[in-house]
Design a protein around this ligand. Structure first.
Ligand code: 9MR
Length: 450
């Protein structure tokens, strides 16, 4: 829905707060048992959040997992500039409202993500001259923060304004290129006036350890604090994989920022991998946050592997069927919680597992056939799933002995008739791919079994 700015006051705030209070009481009761991420984190004085996509809230398992486990929600894309002000002065809040209303009616806090970012920026912003751009940036901040005034615990005011690599320089963007370094300060000052109760954060990636980029952010925050520029927190995205592992000096880096007098938050955590190695990395992150008094909360970047932006790397705490992974158990334990040993995916359950092995069984000029063999581990399984990432511009024209579900170019395949496998037994599914000019191999992701 598209509405002119002047119509946008959210008049239902009082009602939302009343419902939120009731739902918060539910979280308090859970805190005694500390058998969810949110309740265990609350026992440590922290929130535990997830990035949430409005279009998945209608999926019962997605909403149930979110509502049971998490105490904070970050709209994954719905508050970005292209979603909220696609044309100048016309604000569209319907999708973001769905996330905010869902979260707040269940007692969750909401992180606002994000006000000023070079990406997911509608093209009209890049056409403006300096004076006009400054006006537009401030109007965008005021429009968005005004709409959600009093409902957001922390805002990512500026996102990813520093370049990767060794220079510590600012990243080129319409804001940087036309307004210079001062755009960040101006955005924070405008944000403070727009919603004085919200914590104002600078958020970035590859700043998780001590390095040239984090040094540059550190220098900016130090400067802001010394000059009274309003900044309350720094967000560390923490997207990790084997090429970008959890840094050994993660805690030390969080601590040096906290020592500047700001909160630190882990804002977009995901760690590619599986099993005990992934679990051990999650433990490192939670331990680092708990060791820093001003690390006020952790947000994982999604609820389930199947909807992750890196779904092929299975980087989250719940698998595609919403089962708790070893990483979940590790986080819960690190937070001081204790799982229900009888629950699915908890320690003590027999370890169900499977492997997925890919082969190309036929190849011709315009296409090929792929086959994935699923083999059960040491325990019988009743179901499995595996991901196949199909390189662009290829497309899958048919699939047999499996049921596909698509997210972008990632195909998650589950059994059609062949879910049940004895220990060590195998089944396979096959598919035909139209090359569309590329013969590259697909990537077959981890197998999950139940
Ligand atoms: O998870 C988001 C994905 O759905 C979007 O396609 C993508 C577009 O840029 O943004 C992802 O979220 C990003 C976040 O907003 C900022 N930090 C990096 C995140 C992962 O790309």
């Amino acid at each position: 829905m598209t509405m002119p700015l002047r119509c946008l006051a959210r008049t239902a705030a009082a009602g939302l707060v009343a419902v939120a209070a009731l739902a918060t009481a539910g979280h308090t009761a859970e805190a005694e048992a500390a058998d969810t991420l949110g309740s265990a984190a609350a026992g440590q004085g922290r929130y535990f959040g997830a990035a949430v996509a409005a279009n998945h809230l209608g999926e019962a398992d997605y909403a149930a997992t979110l509502d049971r486990e998490f105490t904070s929600a970050t709209p994954e894309n719905e508050m970005k500039w292209d979603a909220t002000e696609p044309s100048r002065g016309t604000f569209t809040f319907a999708a973001a409202d769905r996330v905010v209303d869902h979260a707040r009616s269940r007692g969750m806090d909401v992180r606002g993500h994000t006000l000023v970012w070079h990406s997911q920026l509608p093209s009209w912003v890049g056409t403006l001259g300096a004076a006009d751009l400054r006006t537009a940036m401030n109007a965008h901040i005021n429009g968005l923060m005004g709409h959600y005034k009093g409902e957001i615990h922390s805002w990512d005011v500026v996102n990813e304004a520093f370049q990767d690599g060794g220079s510590g320089a600012r990243r080129s963007s319409p804001f940087q290129d036309r307004l210079g370094d001062g755009f960040i300060e101006e955005a924070f000052r405008t944000a403070r006036a727009a919603d004085p109760a919200a914590k104002l954060c600078y958020n970035d990636y590859n700043t998780d350890g001590v390095n040239a980029k984090s040094n540059a952010v550190y220098a900016m925050v130090k400067d802001f604090k010394s000059r009274g520029v309003p900044i309350d927190c720094v967000g560390f995205q923490s997207h990790f994989n084997s090429a970008s592992p959890v840094p050994a000096d993660y805690r030390q880096n969080l601590q040096r920022f906290a020592d500047l007098g700001v909160d630190v938050q882990i804002t977009e955590l995901d760690i590619e991998g599986s099993g005990s190695a992934q679990a051990a990395n999650y433990t490192k992150v939670v331990d680092a946050c708990l060791a820093v008094d001003r690390c006020t909360g952790i947000t994982v970047w999604g609820v389930t592997d199947k909807y992750s932006w890196r779904s092929g790397g299975t980087p989250l705490l719940f698998d595609g069927d919403y089962r708790k992974k070893p990483a979940y158990d590790a986080v819960l334990t690190a937070l001081g919680g204790s799982g229900d040993p009888g629950g699915p995916g908890d320690p003590g359950d027999p370890t169900v597992s499977c492997t997925a092995a890919y082969t190309r069984t036929a190849d011709w000029s315009s296409g090929y056939n792929g086959q994935v063999t699923i083999t059960a581990g040491d325990t019988p399984i009743s179901s499995w799933s595996a991901t196949v990432t199909v390189p662009s511009p290829q497309s899958v024209s048919s699939l047999w002995n499996g049921t596909p579900a698509w997210t972008g170019n990632v195909m998650t395949v589950r059994p059609s008739w062949n879910g049940t496998l004895a220990a060590g037994a195998s089944t396979s599914f096959g598919f035909t791919v139209a090359k569309n000019g590329s013969g590259a191999a697909p990537t077959v992701g981890g197998c999950t079994a139940s």
